[in-house]
Design a protein around this ligand. Structure first.
Ligand code: NAD
Ligand code: 3PG
Length: 529
C-alpha cells in the first residue's frame, strides 16, 4: 500500500509504516495540482495542520482508504466529504496534549513577564530593566474556554501555581470540573468577567469561530489572552486593537486564521502581542507520539482492523474486537447474499443478532452488513460510508438483539425488504472462524459462503437436483459443493451450490425454464462483482 505524507512527521512513524511493508512517499508542503497528482495512487494520506484535505483532494484519490491526522485538530479535513468517499479520517488525540498544555503555560508566562520583548531589547544591546513590570499568576484567575484534554492539563498546571480556575465549556459535566477544582460557569461572559488570564482550548467549529471578538475582549480589562487552540476563534484585528489600546495587557498567540501568518497581520504590529509559528505540538516526544499513533492506525485500516481514533467510522473498543471480528465479514457476506436474492426495491435493512454476539457492541458489524448490501450497486462502499449511503437513499436501517439463539452460539441475520416482501439470510461461525449460512428465509441450510454460488428454489421432486447438475455439467461448470434442504416432503426445497465459475445467462434460462424449478439466482461473493 502507498502512504503519502504531505506534512512533516517524525521518522519513527515513517519507519513503522515501512516495517509493516508499506511504501512511504513524503512530499511536504505540496498543494494544488501537485497534491492532486501525488494523491492519485495513494492508499493513505498523512497530514498535520498544513494540508487542506478538501473534497477535490479526496475525489482525486480513488484508492484512498484513510486520512491520518498526526495531531488533534481536523479543521483542515473535510470529514463529511471523506465519509461520502468512504475514507476513514483518524487523528492522534492524545500524543501532543502535554506539549500543547506546556506551550500554553509557557505563553502565559512569556506574555505576563514580556520575556520575548525583553530578550529582543537585550540582544539589541539595551538593558531595559526598568521597562518591564510583569504580572504574577499566583492568586490570579485563569479562565479556560474549552475544558477538554488540553484545557484540563493547562488548568492542572496553572492551578498548581496558585491560580483559581474558572471554565466555560457547555459540553462537560460538573464532576469533571470539580475533579480539577475548577468553577464551571454557564456563560462565556461569566468566564470573561472573572478571568485575569484567558486561555482558549476549543476546536474551531462554526460555533467557536469568532467567539471572542471586540465585546468579549473588552470584558477582560487589564487581562491577558493566550490562544494555542486554533486561529479563527479570536478575531485577530479586535485582539490587536484591544492590546494596542491598553484594554488588555498582553496576548500570546500560537495559531492563526491564516497560516503561515501573513506579513501584514495586525498581530505583528503590536509590541505586547507575542507570537509563535504554531509550535504547540512541536516537541520531540509529541511528534514521536502522534507519528507512531497515526502510523498504527493506518496499518490497522489496511489490515481491516479497528481504527481506534476514527472520527467518521463506527468506533470499537480494541479489547472486544477479537469477539466481533468473525462476525464483521459474516455480516458483509449475509448482506451481499440477501440483496442479490431480493428482487424488489429495497426500502429497509434489518440486522438481527442472537446469542452471545448480542452482548457485544455491534455498530461496526451492522455497518459491515450494510456494506455488503450496497456492495453490488456501489463502486466504493465500506463501513465508513455504508450507513450514510443508507441514509442518503432513504433506507430504513434497524438493529435488534436477542439473547436466545436456537442451536447456535451466535447468529447474525440480514433481512432486506420493501415493506411487502423480504429476504433473510442468517449466518454463524463454526468453531469461531468457519462461516456458514444456516438459514435463507424459512429454509435451514448449511452453505459455505464463497465465490460463485447458485441458489435454487425448486419443488421437492425426484430428478430435480440431477437436472440442475446436468445443465451445469453440460456447460462445463463444476460443482465444488452443494447443500439441499426442504421443510416438508414434496414441498418447496432450497439448494445452494458452490460453483467454480459463474453460470452464463443461458444456463440460468435453461434452469428457470423447467417446471420443477421455482427460481434460480446466481450470487457472486467475489468482491461484490
Ligand atoms: N497549538 C497547537 O499546536 C495545538 C496542539 C494540540 C491541540 N491544539 C488545539 O487545541 C484545541 C483543544 O484540543 P483538545 O485535544 O483539548 O480537544 P478536546 O476535544 O479534548 O477539547 C475541546 C473542548 O472544547 C469544548 N468546546 C467545544 N465547543 C465549545 C464551545 N462552543 N464553547 C466552549 N467549549 C467548547 C469541548 O466540549 C471540549 O471539552 C483544539 O483546537 C486543537 O486543535 C493545538
Ligand atoms: O491540532 C493539533 O494537533 C495541533 O494544532 C498541532 O498541529 P501541527 O501538527 O500542525 O503542529
Amino acid at each position: 500500500m502507498k502512504v503519502l505524507v504531505t506534512d512533516p512527521i517524525a521518522d519513527a512513524g515513517l519507519e513503522r509504516l515501512r516495517e509493516a511493508g508499506h511504501e512511504v512517499e513524503t512530499a511536504y508542503d505540496i498543494e494544488g495540482d501537485a497534491l492532486l497528482e501525488a494523491v492519485a495512487d495513494a492508499n493513505a494520506l498523512i497530514v498535520r495542520s498544513g494540508t487542506e484535505v478538501t473534497d477535490e483532494v479526496l475525489s482525486a484519490a480513488p484508492d484512498l482508504v484513510i486520512v491520518g491526522r498526526a495531531g488533534i485538530g481536523v479543521d483542515n479535513i473535510d470529514i463529511d466529504a471523506a465519509t461520502e468517499h468512504g475514507v476513514i479520517v483518524a487523528n492522534a488525540p492524545e500524543g501532543n496534549v502535554r506539549a500543547a498544555a506546556e506551550h500554553s503555560v509557557a505563553m502565559a508566562f512569556a506574555t505576563a513577564r514580556s520575556i520575548p520583548q525583553a530578550h529582543e531589547r537585550l540582544t539589541g544591546g539595551e538593558w531595559a530593566k526598568g521597562d518591564y513590570l510583569g504580572t504574577e499568576v499566583n492568586h490570579k484567575t485563569l479562565g479556560v474556554v474549552g475544558f477538554g484534554r488540553v484545557g484540563q492539563e493547562v488548568a492542572k498546571r496553572l492551578g498548581s501555581l496558585g491560580m483559581d480556575i474558572v471554565t466555560f465549556d457547555p459540553y462537560i459535566s460538573q464532576e469533571r470540573a470539580d475533579q480539577f477544582g475548577a468553577e464551571l460557569v454557564d456563560e462565556l461572559d461569566e468566564c470573561l468577567a472573572a478571568a485575569d488570564f484567558l486561555t482558549i482550548h476549543t476546536p474551531l467549529t462554526p460555533e467557536t469561530e469568532n467567539m471572542i471578538g471586540e465585546e468579549e475582549l473588552a470584558q477582560l480589562e487589564d487581562g491577558y489572552v493566550v490562544n494555542c487552540a486554533r486561529g479563527g476563534i479570536i478575531d485577530e484585528l479586535a485582539l490587536a486593537e484591544a492590546v494596542e489600546d491598553g484594554i488588555l495587557k498582553g496576548a500570546a498567540v500560537d495559531v492563526f486564521a491564516e497560516e503561515p501568518l501573513p506579513d501584514d497581520s495586525p498581530l505583528l504590529d503590536v509590541e505586547d502581542i507575542i507570537v509563535t509559528p504554531h509550535l504547540g505540538a512541536s516537541t520531540e516526544a509529541a511528534q514521536e507520539n502522534v507519528a507512531t499513533s497515526t502510523a498504527d492506525q493506518i496499518v490497522a485500516a489496511f489490515n481491516d482492523e479497528p481504527v481506534i481514533n476514527a472520527l467518521n467510522a463506527p468506533s470499537i473498543d480494541e479489547s472486544i474486537f477479537p469477539q466481533i471480528r468473525p462476525y464483521i465479514e459474516l455480516a458483509d457476506t449475509a448482506g451481499k447474499i440477501a440483496v442479490q436474492l431480493f428482487d424488489g426495491q429495497m426500502g429497509s435493512v434489518e440486522v438481527t443478532y442472537a446469542g452471545d454476539i448480542a452482548d457485544q457492541d455491534v455498530e461496526l458489524v451492522t455497518a459491515s452488513a450494510l456494506k455488503g448490501v450496497f456492495a453490488p450497486s456501489e463502486l466504493q462502499v465500506n463501513a465508513v460510508n455504508a450507513p450514510q449511503i443508507a441514509e442518503n437513499r432513504g433506507i430504513d436501517v434497524t438493529e435488534s438483539k436477542t439473547r436466545q439463539s436456537e442451536d447456535f452460539q451466535s447468529l447474525v441475520t440480514v433481512t432486506v425488504g420493501d415493506g411487502e416482501d423480504s429476504v433473510s439470510v442468517c449466518g454463524t461461525q463454526f468453531a469461531g472462524e468457519d462461516p456458514r449460512i444456516v438459514r435463507i428465509d424459512d429454509h435451514r441450510v448449511d452453505a459455505v459462503p464463497h465465490g460463485h454460488m447458485l441458489v435454487a428454489r425448486n419443488r421437492d421432486e425426484p430428478g430435480t437436483i440431477g437436472f440442475i447438475g446436468t445443465v451445469l455439467g453440460e456447460s462445463d461448470i463444476n460443482i465444488a459443493g452443494m447443500f439441499n434442504g426442504r421443510e416438508v416432503i414434496g414441498g418447496e426445497a432450497l439448494s445452494v451450490y458452490n460453483l467454480d465459475e459463474p453460470p452464463t445467462s443461458d444456463v440460468l434460462d435453461r434452469l428457470n425454464g423447467d417446471d420443477r424449478i421455482i427460481e434460480t439466482k446466481y450470487i457472486s461473493l467475489d468482491n461484490g462483482e
